[in-house]
Ligand binder design. Structure first.
Ligand SMILES: Nc1nc2c(c(=O)[nH]1)N[C@H]1C(S)=C(S)[C@@H](COP(=O)(O)OP(=O)(O)OC[C@H]3O[C@@H](n4cnc5c(N)ncnc54)[C@H](O)[C@@H]3O)O[C@H]1N2
Ligand code: MOO
Length: 407
């Protein structure tokens, strides 16, 4: 396979960014359907949360100076003037020397500045409460706007919505949000030996893994995958399928060719469209070297290597980068730090995407490389994640601390 100049992963990402012209559309959806979607608008709080001063305990709303220095031997004696009903505004206020019963979440009477927990009080009679512990000002109280301040930029455009952000939206009464439309991703597997897993398989053939792998990776990334099936190594058929995928989708992922040489078929097919452009033909990464990145009109086409691990590695490094950039999504990753179990030499001149399994030994996390062949899917499934080894490094030494990124 004659590859053009290999670009580094960093260069590949820059080339992808520079050539983005597609912008996903925006749609308004119910927050109940918004899990995992990326916000396409800044959200400012239309009101304070909470918009009343509330108690965080069951107890008595008091004025702190009235209970200053109170103890079991010398309790503060307060007049009970009423009870706050949860969910309603108190109809009374308290004066010095008075208190009012307030449940957890109840609104405080205006002059109260603290709440004494019921455990630290004694009810002498219907009108008299003994307080045997002092309470500092603002103790057991949530102030107006303490959770969210009116006018605050509470969620930024580009935020990925998790259950917690969705909770914030509902607390503000925002029940619909603008998010980026799901990117429609066409998936084409190629290769004479690839068989639909629903069919009988003969010696020399393999069941299609990449369609299923890519489909699931797309779902995980909030995209909308569309399967175009398996295409035999045939220029015309491949061109037909690619044409259909380009016209129906926003992005196309093709995987495999048939060993060395035929990858050029993918290249030739992408290049055969009017307004096509090929930016990358070969990336300095292992696995994943025979990668093609091009564009037809404003639709990106990724020609991914056939080996499932190589295919997934390029999805994780380059396809995800493209998906993030078109949605202004700043991905935050927090890798697990582990001690590397062995001495590992990587291939020269290429960065490496090395699957890892993690074991715990004597309270320490140990990272074991699980990859030796990019065609072995089961090793991949046993891995927790991967270590990314920069192109310039020789490898990793036993005992070295490495960062393991979750799959
Ligand atoms: N002489 C050379 N041979 C190879 C080179 C090279 O530089 N010179 N590179 C190797 C590398 S690295 C890779 S990766 C593969 C990539 O080849 P292709 O992208 O053309 O992919 P195929 O040859 O079609 O497939 C490779 C391998 O993966 C299996 N495969 C393909 N598609 C699927 C699928 N959908 N599901 C499951 N398995 C699939 C296929 O049967 C092959 O076993 O080339 C090396 N060779
Ligand atoms: O890209 Mo290939 O998977 O290095 O074997």
């Amino acid at each position: 396979m004659e590859l053009l100049k290999l670009v580094t992963v960093k260069e590949a990402k820059e080339i992808i960014e520079k050539n983005i012209s597609f912008k996903p559309g925006i749609e308004k959806i119910s927050i109940l359907n918004s899990l995992g979607r990326i916000l396409a608008e800044d959200i400012y709080a239309p009101e304070n949360v909470p918009d009343f001063r509330k108690s965080t305990v069951d107890g008595y709303a008091v004025i702190s100076s009235d209970v200053f220095g109170a103890s079991e031997s010398l309790p503060a004696i307060l007049k009970l003037v009423g009870e706050v009903k949860i969910g309603t505004e108190p109809t009374l206020d308290i004066m010095p020397g008075e208190c009012m019963y307030v449940p957890t979440g109840g609104m405080l009477p205006k002059s109260a500045d603290t709440v004494v927990m019921i455990e630290y009080t004694e009810k002498l009679d219907d009108e008299t409460i003994l307080v045997n512990k002092p309470a500092a000002p603002f103790q057991n109280i949530i102030e107006i706007g303490e959770d969210v301040k009116k006018g605050e930029l509470i969620l930024k455009k580009g935020t990925k919505l998790r259950p917690y952000e969705i909770g914030v939206l509902s607390s503000l009464g925002i029940l619909e949000v603008e998010v980026y439309k799901k990117v429609k991703v066409g998936i084409i597997s190629t290769g004479d030996e690839i068989v639909d897993p629903k069919e009988k398989i003969n010696k020399g053939q393999v069941r299609d893994i990449n369609s299923y792998l890519l489909y699931s990776l797309c779902l995980e990334e909030g995209a909308e995958p569309v399967l175009y099936g398996i295409v035999k190594d045939d220029y015309e058929k491949l061109r037909e399928k690619l044409q259909a995928a380009i016209s129906e989708c926003d992005l196309v992922l093709m995987s495999g060719g048939s060993s060395a040489g035929n990858k050029d078929e993918t290249l030739r097919v992408i290049g055969s469209f009017e307004n096509s452009n090929i930016f990358i033909h070969g990336v300095a990464i292992r696995p994943g070297k025979p990668t093609i990145v091009g564009k037809v009109g404003d639709k990106f086409i990724f020609g991914l290597p056939g080996h499932p691990l190589a295919c997934a590695a390029i999805f994780k490094t380059l396809v995800i980068h493209y998906l993030d950039r078109i949605k202004n999504f700043e991905r935050e990753e927090y890798p697990v730090e582990c001690r590397f179990a062995v001495n590992y030499h990587k291939a020269e001149g290429r960065a490496e995407f090395l699957p890892i399994s993690i074991k715990e030994a004597e309270g320490k996390l140990i990272a074991y490389p699980t990859y030796y062949e990019s065609g072995l899917i089961s090793r991949f499934a046993k891995s927790f994640g991967y270590v990314y080894i920069e192109k310039e490094l020789e490898g990793i030494s036993e005992g070295q601390i490495v960062k393991v990124y979750k799959f």
